[in-house]
Design a protein around this ligand. Structure first.
Ligand SMILES: [Zn+2]
Length: 297
C-alpha cells in the first residue's frame, strides 16, 4: 500500500453543497477512490466562500462541519488519532473570525488545527497573494492566539509581506508555520507560488510545504511531470524533510493531464519513486507530514 498524507482538500465544502458522502461520491476524493492508500491522512479545509460575508462564512463553516459530523466523520486532534484513515480539520480564509478572537477558541474546540490566513485580496487578517500588504493588527493577534491554542497558521494564499510577518511571529514564538498547497515560484512565476527565500524560512522553522496539483500554479500545460519539477526545485533547496503534498482536490476546476482525482495519485507516487527513490517518495507522500503532526499535536 502507498501511504498518503495530503495537506489540503476542499472536499467537505463540496460534500455539503452537493449533499454527498465521503465513502462514495462524484468528487475528486472519496474513501472508495482512495482505497489504494493506507495509511491515508487527509487535511479537510472548509473554505470561506468569497461570495459570503465574514459572518456568513463563519456560519457556513459550522453548516459544513455539522454536515460532515452527521455523515459520521471525526477529526483527529491527538497524535494517536493520526493513523489508518484520519481527517484533520482546517479553515481556509481566516476572515471568518471577523475581528472576534474568541471565535478562534471556538474553532479550536470544534477541532480546527490549521488556519489558512488568506484566500485573496484584503481582509480583516491582512493581504492575500494578489496584494502587496501585510498583516493587520487583528491578523497578528489571530496568529499569536493560534500559536498559543495549537492551531497551525498556513500562509498558502498570503502575500509575500503577510507571509514574512507570519514568519517573524513564528520565530518569536519558536513555532512552525506551513504552506499547505503552494508550488515553487522558482519554477513558475505565479504569485501564489513560494519564493526560494520564503521556502527557506518555512524550512528553518520546521514547517511543511505541500505541493499542489493546481494547473495554473504548476505552469503552462501541466502534466504529472510538472509536479515533479516543483518538487525537484524544493528538494534542491534542501527541502527533503519539508516537502509534502497539498493536492487541492475538489478546490480546482481542472487537474494536470493524467490525474482525474485521488484515484490517480499513485501515478505521481511511482514517478517520484523512479526519479528520487523510495525513501524520498515516501517522505513526500507521507512521512514528512506525519513527523510534523506528531510534533505539533
Ligand atoms: Zn486554496
Amino acid at each position: 500500500m502507498i501511504p498518503l498524507f495530503d495537506l489540503h482538500a476542499d472536499t467537505l465544502g463540496e460534500m455539503y453543497k452537493k449533499k454527498e458522502a465521503l465513502s462514495k461520491n462524484s468528487l475528486h476524493i472519496s474513501y472508495e477512490s482512495a482505497k489504494k492508500f493506507m495509511p491515508y491522512v487527509q487535511v479537510m479545509a472548509i473554505w470561506s466562500d468569497f461570495r459570503l460575508s465574514n459572518d456568513e462564512a463563519y456560519e457556513s463553516f459550522f453548516g459544513a462541519l455539522n454536515y460532515a459530523r452527521s455523515q459520521g466523520l471525526n477529526f483527529a486532534t491527538k497524535q494517536n488519532e493520526i493513523k489508518d484513515r484520519a481527517l484533520i480539520l482546517a479553515v481556509e480564509d481566516a476572515r471568518l473570525l471577523n475581528g472576534d478572537i474568541a471565535r478562534l477558541d471556538t474553532l479550536y474546540q470544534s477541532g480546527v488545527r490549521i488556519l489558512t490566513l488568506n484566500w485573496r485580496g484584503e481582509s480583516i487578517i491582512g493581504g492575500g497573494w494578489d496584494t502587496e500588504n501585510g498583516l493587520t493588527t487583528f491578523g497578528k493577534e489571530a496568529i499569536t492566539r493560534a500559536f498559543s491554542l495549537g492551531i497551525i497558521p498556513d500562509v498558502s494564499h498570503s502575500s509575500v509581506k503577510t507571509s514574512f510577518e507570519a514568519v517573524e511571529l513564528a520565530s518569536e514564538q519558536n513555532k512552525p508555520i506551513i504552506a499547505s498547497h503552494s508550488n515553487a515560484y522558482g519554477v513558475f512565476n505565479h504569485k501564489r507560488n513560494l519564493t526560494d527565500e520564503l521556502f527557506g524560512e518555512i524550512k528553518r522553522l520546521g514547517g511543511l510545504v505541500g505541493v499542489s496539483l493546481v494547473p495554473e500554479h504548476l505552469g503552462k500545460d501541466a502534466y504529472v511531470l510538472s509536479v515533479l519539477d516543483h518538487i525537484y526545485h524544493f528538494l534542491s533547496l534542501g527541502g527533503e524533510n519539508t516537502v509534502s503534498l497539498g493536492c487541492d482536490f475538489d478546490g480546482v476546476s481542472s487537474l494536470p493531464h493524467g490525474i482525474k482525482g485521488i484515484c490517480d495519485l499513485d501515478v505521481l507516487y511511482f514517478e517520484l519513486e523512479k526519479e528520487f527513490g523510495r525513501e524520498i517518495a515516501r517522505k513526500i507522500f507521507y512521512q514528512n507530514a506525519h513527523n510534523f503532526f506528531q510534533k505539533s499535536f
